[in-house]
Every structure is written in C-alpha cells, then in structure tokens.
Design a protein around this ligand. Structure first.
Ligand code: ZN
Ligand code: ZN
Length: 73
C-alpha cells in the first residue's frame, strides 16, 4: 500500500507504514499523526481509565478533525 496523502497532494508513490484508524488511508511517516487516547472502561458503578494510554494512528485530515481535546503524542 502507498501513502494516500502523498498520492493525492504530491502525485508521489511513497510506501505506507501504517493505516489511518479513522478513514483507512495508507500513511507514510511524514503524513501519519499519533494520538494517545485514554481508554474508558466500565468498572462496577463507574467508569475507570485503563492503566496505559492507547495508540491511534491517524492521517493529517482525521487528526485535525478529531484530535481536539485528546492528549498529544
Ligand atoms: Zn505521505
Ligand atoms: Zn484518516
């Protein structure tokens, strides 16, 4: 798979190293963005946070659309 953003913006075929968690596009190292969301899970009567932050790899577009409010990588 090749990087979608490289293909769309630069007409370049760059090998992808990851996929966007949101839209599924291929991402090269220059175009991927990583966020570390807190995982919420049910715990008895309340909601607890997991002991470790998860990892999500997003494209630039999806990162800009949904990363607001989440801790940066
Ligand atoms: Zn790229
Ligand atoms: Zn995306």
């Amino acid at each position: 798979m090749n990087c979608y953003d490289c293909h769309a913006t630069e007409k370049a075929d760059t090998s992808a190293v990851a996929m966007c968690h949101c839209c599924g596009s291929g991402l090269c190292p220059d175009h991927l963005r990583m966020i570390r969301p807190v995982v919420h899970r049910l715990n008895g009567m309340g909601v607890a946070h997991g002991p470790a932050l998860a990892r999500q790899l997003l494209c630039v577009t999806c990162h800009a659309a949904q990363a607001t409010g989440l801790p940066a990588a």
